[in-house]
Design a protein. Structure first.
Lengths: 187, 216
């Protein structure tokens, strides 16, 4: 990790891509949950990684990269939302700072963690989980769609659920209004 | 995440239900735009070169990246500046045909910069936006480093409908614009340098007036 951060800090394209691929999905999830617009979310993602690189010299290599990226993403998204909410048409009424009610820190962190757990699954297991939970398909249907035995679908599903349950156990008892402490990445 | 999932406890029904709730949260499966990775790598590489190994810029000064993307979108805030003003006479409506599917076909005329050029444009409203199919005649391919770009506008703002180059022949060109406002009745094709200035150049080669089909 320390080596990756060092290379990321130096702008090594491979390191930038590694950091991006590990975190882009989760950063996008947080961004979209706040700005609720795909194009603005793309802006947020882009700004997040560039800001992270710019401030990488101040990042301690021993720290977890994940919470740090999350904080940058959330702050950037909120700033973007506030900026978009302000009417800026010249010649019209003065700017009014419209109150912004972004998703709570706890909820957006939860989404971030969920997406990280999803992205950490092996691709074969992730696809089964996606079709099962997001699309609501049965195991039989998934077996047919992916042209694999139903037993394979069931075993992939079972392994994925074990991984996800372990990875997301720290979200188990958190309601929407409870304070949450940023946990160490359970992996 | 564990490399040995079989050693992990099997979740019970309650936990599976909780996982289902978490895995169906809005947006957790959404993917970022595919182009972002390359854009970010390029942006960091460019800035790294410009700082020449010195301290990177202060955090927060990334407005230009966001602005670039917003300007590329169908944003009503893309006001036609003086340099990009429609400095040519947009011909009146030249309706050629109306299709049974609600599409209409219009003619575009060459400007002074391309007096022999012409085009027929079939315009149709779809759930995804305005679909434009161009059949261009007598317009040479865009020079290296340049592209042609189609614009839909109302005299105050312009929305890009996409780019093409015509270097490979004269096949029909399919473009899209996300506008449905009937006031956007100007359609023109400009020559644009490939750079980070996304406003219309004003160097138009084809122009015409269209009547927006009814939104689906």
């Amino acid at each position: 990790m320390a080596d990756l951060i060092e290379r990321f800090r130096a702008g090594d394209p491979d390191a930038v891509r590694t950091v991006y691929r590990e975190h882009a999905g989760a950063v996008h999830t947080v961004a979209y949950s706040i700005v609720r617009n795909r194009d603005l979310a793309a802006d947020v993602v882009q700004q997040t990684f560039v800001k992270a690189w710019r401030s990488a010299s101040r990042f301690e290599g021993s720290r977890e990269l994940t919470p740090w990226l999350y904080s940058i993403a959330r702050n950037t998204a909120i700033d973007m939302l506030r900026s978009e909410m302000k009417p800026t048409r010249g010649g019209h009424a003065p700017e009014v700072d419209v109150g912004v009610e972004p998703e709570t820190f706890e909820r957006s962190w939860e989404r971030f963690e969920i997406r990280r757990a999803i992205d950490a699954l092996p691709e074969t297991e992730r696809e089964v989980v996606r079709r099962s939970h997001l699309l609501g398909h049965t195991h039989e249907a998934i077996a047919e769609q992916l042209d694999i035995p139903i037993g394979t679908v069931k075993s992939r599903s079972a392994r994925a659920h074990r991984r996800l349950a372990a990875a997301l156990a720290h979200l188990a008892n958190q309601g929407g209004d409870d304070d949450v402490q940023l946990q160490e990445d359970p992996r | 995440m564990s490399d040995r999932p079989d050693s992990l406890p099997e979740p019970g029904d309650d936990e599976l239900a909780r996982l289902d709730d978490l895995l169906t949260r809005d947006g957790v499966w959404d993917e970022p735009a595919r182009s972002l990775e390359d854009e970010i790598v390029a942006a960091i590489a460019a800035e790294s070169r410009s700082t020449d190994g010195g301290e990177a810029a202060d955090v927060g000064e990334v407005a230009d990246l966001g602005e670039r993307r917003r300007r590329r979108l169908a944003s009503p805030e893309r006001v036609l500046g003086a340099a990009a003003a429609v400095a040519f006479v947009v011909a009146g409506v030249a309706l050629l045909a109306s299709g049974d599917d609600g599409s209409t076909t219009f003619a575009l005329s060459g400007t002074d910069a391309a007096p022999d050029a012409s085009a027929e444009v079939e315009v149709s409203a779809t759930p995804a936006g305005l679909k434009l199919v161009l059949d261009v005649e007598d317009l040479e391919g865009a020079p290296d480093g340049y592209v042609y770009e189609a614009w839909v506008g109302n005299g105050d703002v312009a929305v890009s409908a996409g780019t093409f180059h015509l270097r490979g022949g004269d096949a029909p060109i399919e473009l899209w614009a996300g506008v449905t406002d009937p006031s956007f009745e100007q359609l023109w094709i400009t020559v644009e340098p490939i750079d980070d200035d996304l406003a219309p150049s004003g160097d138009a080669r084809l122009s015409g007036t269209i009547e927006m089909p009814a939104d689906e």
